[in-house]
Design a protein around this ligand. Structure first.
Ligand code: ADP
Length: 163
């Protein structure tokens, strides 16, 4: 992967998804969106889309063979999802903290106010996704926003946000 040239103070980008369980429920969708706004993320791009099963399989290929893989693929293709490119000084870490742990029992008990702790239904239907590293953020942003150029954003839009 080509490395992105940007200033040391530049904002970080992440890919956030609101999964079908939450998009289907207007109050939960609104609550998650409010978390994005109240934590002062910049919404760089957003779109709502329906995923085909083959897209889900590709996105979650690292989990192929795990017992929940088929269930995860079916779930992610079961209804619309909302995708965001979010910018923040610590976009990846902050979004993952706001989401809470992957598994719902753990989320409810260790981070009850997190998004998954509040709204997660099961270990699979757990409301949101967030990239876990800069490399996966770049890969995932490209998967959902193929026309978006991270390099161009860092050159042409991002510097103005810090003035
Ligand atoms: P995260 O989404 O927190 O980064 P993973 O990358 O490990 O977690 O898993 C991807 C997704 O697969 C999870 O968000 C969840 O929907 C599903 N998943 C993970 N672990 C389990 C599990 N033990 N049982 C059921 N579904 C799971």
């Amino acid at each position: 992967m080509m490395s992105i040239l940007r200033s040391p103070q530049a904002l970080q980008l992440t890919l956030a998804l609101i999964k079908p369980d939450a998009v289907a429920h207007p109050l939960i969708l609104e609550a998650v969106h409010q978390q994005i706004l109240s934590n002062k993320f910049l919404i760089v791009r957003t779109r709502e889309l329906l995923w085909r099963k083959e897209d889900c399989r590709r996105f979650y290929r690292e989990h192929e063979g795990r017992f929940f893989y088929q269930r995860l693929v079916e779930f992610m293709a079961s209804g619309p999802i909302r995708a965001y490119i979010l910018a923040h000084k610590d976009a990846i870490g902050l979004w993952r903290t706001l989401m809470g742990p992957t598994r719902v029992f753990r989320a409810r008990h260790t981070a009850p106010d997190s998004i998954r702790g509040s709204f997660g239904l099961t270990d699979t239907r757990n409301t949101t996704h967030g990239s876990d590293s800069e490399a996966s953020a770049s890969r995932e942003i490209a998967a959902f926003f193929p026309d978006f150029s991270e390099q161009r954003w860092y050159e042409e839009e991002e510097p103005w946000l810090r003035h």
